[in-house]
Design a protein around this ligand. Structure first.
Ligand code: PMT
Length: 358
C-alpha cells in the first residue's frame, strides 16, 4: 500500500503534495508583485513581515460547490499587520479572500458597518453630500491617514487565497522570494490552516449528488473510491435513492518543518499560532509545536478568550508569558480590545517593552 503524506519525510511529502495540484492561477502574478515589493524593501534595508490571516477551505469537489471551512475572521492578522506597520515593518498580508483587512477592518465588520459612520450633510448648500458623522471624524481621519501612508509608501501588499492548496503554494513561493531579506524577514503565521483535506486524486469532479443519478449521466459526481459515499437514510425519497455523505479526509502535511528548514531565509524569525478550545491543552500543545518545528515563538490562544489573552511560548526563558488585556479595557469595542493584543505582539517581537500583565 502506498505511504500517506504523513508517513513520508517532509521533503518527500512536499514533492508529492505540490505535484498533485496545478499551481493556483494567480500565483505568477502574486510572485511578480511580491518580488517587486521585496526588492524595494531589501534596497531600503527595511524589515518585512509575512502575516498570514483568515481560514483556509477544503473543497469537496474539483468544481467546488461545497467546502469545509476553518474558523477565523482575520481580526488577529489584520490588527497585527497594522501594528507591524507602525513599528516600521513592510507587510505582505497573505489573507483569505474577503476576510478582514488592515485599516478597512475598522469599518467592515457586521457590527461596525461603514454606513453607520455616515450621514447626509446638514447644511442646505451641501444638501445631498455624504459626510462622516461628527463623532467619528477623528477616529476615521486617523485610520485614513495610516492607510494612505502605507499605500503611498508601498508598505502593504495584499495577496488573497481561498483553499488550503492555494495557501500552501503561496506560502512556499513567498518564503523563497523573501530569501534576500535574510534576518530582516519575519513570518507571523496567524492563518487557521486546515488540518485535513481530500487529495486531488480522490476528489469528485462535479457536485456530489444526494440522490442516485442514472449511471450514464454521472460524469464524476462520486469521489474515487466509492466508500466515501454510502447509501443511507432519507425523509422523503425511497431509501434506495438517497445517500448519506461520509467524507474520508487525509492529514495535511505540516509544512512548518519545510518553512523553517528549507524555504525561509537563514536568520529569519518564524512565529506560529496555536488555537485550542480546552484550556488544559493550550500550553502543552504550543510547547510541543515549538519543539517539533524548532522555530522561535508559538503564540497560544483559546477560542473563548482569544480577544483578551494570549500566551507566548519561547525556547528560552521565560518559556511561558501571558499577555492579558485588563478587564477595564475589554468592553469598549471588539477592535479596541484586539488592538491591545495586537500592539503587545508587535512590540514584543520588535524588542520593545511590554505593558505589564493585568
Ligand atoms: O482571525 P481571528 O478570528 O481573529 O482568529 C485568530 C485565530 C484564533 C485564528 C489565530 O489567533 C490563530 O490561533 N491561528 C492559528 C490557528 C490554527 O488553526 O492553528 P493550527 O494548529 O492549525 O496551526 C498551527 C500553526 O501551524 C499555524 O501557525 C498554521 O499557520 C501552521 N500550519 C498549520 C497547518 C498546516 N498544515 N501547516 C501549517 O503550517
Amino acid at each position: 500500500m502506498a505511504a500517506t503524506l504523513s508517513e513520508m519525510s517532509p521533503a518527500e511529502a512536499e514533492s508529492v503534495y505540490f505535484n498533485e495540484y496545478p499551481p493556483p492561477k494567480n500565483l505568477p502574478n502574486h510572485e511578480a508583485l511580491a518580488r517587486a515589493f521585496i526588492d524595494l524593501h531589501v534596497e531600503a534595508n527595511r524589515r518585512v513581515v509575512l502575516v498570514t490571516s483568515g481560514g483556509t477551505t477544503v473543497p469537496l469537489e474539483a468544481q467546488t460547490v461545497r467546502f469545509i471551512d476553518n474558523f477565523s475572521a482575520g481580526t488577529r492578522g489584520a490588527t497585527s499587520a497594522e501594528y507591524f506597520l507602525e513599528q516600521g515593518y513592510a507587510v505582505i498580508f497573505l489573507h483569505r479572500q474577503y476576510s478582514l483587512l488592515p485599516y478597512s477592518r475598522h469599518y467592515s465588520h457586521s457590527t461596525n458597518c461603514f454606513l453607520d459612520f455616515m450621514d447626509e450633510a446638514p447644511s442646505t448648500s451641501d444638501q445631498g453630500r455624504i459626510v462622516v458623522r461628527d463623532e467619528y471624524q477623528k477616529e476615521m481621519r486617523d485610520v485614513l491617514r495610516k492607510y494612505r501612508y502605507a499605500k503611498q509608501n508601498n508598505l502593504l501588499l495584499l495577496l488573497p487565497f481561498t483553499t488550503v492548496a492555494e495557501y500552501m503554494f503561496e506560502l512556499r513561493s513567498l518564503a523563497k522570494l523573501m530569501r534576500p531579506l535574510g534576518a530582516n524577514a519575519l513570518f507571523y503565521l496567524a492563518a487557521a490552516v486546515s488540518d485535513f483535506f481530500i487529495p486531488r486524486s480522490r476528489m469528485a469532479e462535479h457536485k456530489i449528488q444526494s440522490m442516485e443519478v442514472p449511471a450514464h449521466l454521472d460524469k464524476g459526481s462520486k469521489a474515487a473510491g466509492q466508500d466515501d459515499i454510502y447509501t443511507g437514510e432519507n425523509e422523503d425519497q425511497p431509501q434506495s435513492q438517497r445517500k448519506k455523505l461520509v467524507i474520508n479526509l487525509d492529514p495535511v502535511p505540516k509544512f512548518l518543518h519545510r518553512l523553517v528548514d528549507g524555504w525561509a531565509p537563514d536568520g529569519s524569525m518564524v512565529v506560529s499560532f496555536k488555537l485550542e478550545t480546552d484550556p488544559g491543552l493550550l500550553v502543552y500543545k504550543s510547547r510541543t509545536a515549538l519543539q517539533r518545528y524548532s522555530h522561535h515563538l508559538v503564540i497560544g490562544n483559546l477560542l473563548s478568550t482569544r480577544k483578551w489573552e494570549v500566551v507566548f511560548i519561547t525556547p528560552d526563558a521565560p518559556y511561558e508569558r501571558w499577555i492579558r488585556v485588563p478587564k477595564s479595557r475589554r468592553s469598549k469595542s471588539i477592535s479596541g480590545v484586539e488592538d491591545q493584543v495586537g500592539l503587545a505582539e508587535a512590540q514584543k517581537l520588535n524588542g520593545s517593552v511590554l505593558a505589564p500583565d493585568a
